[in-house]
Design a protein around this ligand. Sequence first.
Ligand code: MSP
Length: 523
Amino acid sequence: MSSENSYFITTPIFYVNDVPHIGHAYTEVAADVLARWNRQNGKDAWMLTGTDEHGQKILRTSVANGVSPQEWADKLVTESWKPLLDTISIKNDDFIRTTEPRHETAVQKFLELLRDKGYIYSGEYEGYYCVGCEEYKQPGDLLEGGDDFPGEKVCAIHTRPIEILKESNYFFRMSDFQQQLLDLYESQPDFIQPESVRNEILSFVRRGLDDLSISRSSFDWGVKIPWDDSHVVYVWFEALLNYITASGWGADDESFEARWPAIHIVGKDIARFHAVIWPAMLMAAGITPPRRVFGHGWLLVGGEKMSKSKLTGIAPHQITDVFGADAFRYYFMRAINFGQDGSFSWEDLSARYQAELANGFGNLASRTVAMVSRYFDGVIPAATEMNEADTVIVDTVRDAFTQANAAIEKLAIHEAIASVWRIVDALNGYITEQEPWALAKDDANRDRLSTVLYTAVEGLRAITVGLSPIMPGATQKLWQALGAPEALGELEDQQMSRAGDWGQIPAGVTVSALDALFPRIEE
Ligand code: MSP
């Protein structure tokens, strides 16, 4: 069984038919923030991401580009998908590609197991298929083609014609698992989040489940069905297995047992695969279902779901080239309630960068460090007697972390940031009211000035820790400038459960100059 301490978190594995856009980067950042935060809470956090490389969609793209699907996948993974992780400061522990032998071998093993248990049979499939979604469609999922495709049915998501499939396939007895799934949703109410996604899935499963066609014989870009190599495994059935093939199932059972079950962060459009098909597959194999499936909202651009196929796509580097990775991460995690849709606009990003990062946090950091340099030769002074204004800060810091830790527990990343930000706002107000520059004019106020600056520096210590999973770059610079590594150890080793305890940075530590954390952006 999974060790109590394991925190295994995943992103979907991304199709390599195209390059990444900010919707993909959004999922990556969310999973990375949760992994980093939990790692700083003493958890054995393990973040998995990767690429989904089989199926008809990739095959067709590669053919259109005149290369083999493997060449196409290799190119996209090396030139685009792996570099994305650096662009947005992702610290993943593993990256799985579905064309790797470790995956393919375990997929075949899983299929053999299900077949031995009697959950696979062969039959005829006749129905609709959308290659864009790589999904079998029900009539209710389709729209009329209208002027663009007169007389044809189109996929409601891709607004492109669907294909009619008639094949003999292997089927998975998914319909056997309806009751077990409903029991799972009931006994583990936070299994599917947020509530809106949970409700949708609940009513979907209550309507009854069909068996699932899990093989294709009209093309061969996939993992072969082990007992019939004229068929390849249906790409979704294969892709979902990445979560266990990457964590050692079937090869290193000890490490698998130690990590599993995982928390899956996915877009709400693919929550159904993760909360219905996937747990049913695992139940059939006798493996524990995932710990949670969280379906986040969509990034909207100009009111529409941002997507490459509709030309609203924005590449992550277009934003990080101007604003940097920290601002990218901060903006998407702060401005959008995790679980809801959110609109992206350059104006909003710019405004928040200026107001919250440059003027709010950045300015607090630079003026605090500068005042310690100016008034105390760079040596952090000791606090003497504390008055009520000071203890308000102490309380704010403590409460902020109580709330932030609780927010992360329920995956409410935006709430966690808002909690830490209360310290930023409180400290900015505190400094304005205490006027250290006025206190510095008279030696009689020296003790008071010491207390005020100690309070500011210690508050900043707490903010730096609290924001480190969100903005690893800027907080690392600030940690250095505060002289904290020597006094308190590495930033990434600071524990979130203790971060709200007052009085950690010792007096006597020397601060060093700090460049602007969020420089002015030229228009
Ligand atoms: N390959 C499958 C996932 C298999 S997981 C076993 C897939 N890949 S994808 O590349 O098309 O999409 C990956 C993720 O990106 C999905 O979670 C999807 O919701 C997310 N997004 C794609 N466009 C998005 C937005 N505009 N906004 C937010 N997330 C979006 O599906």
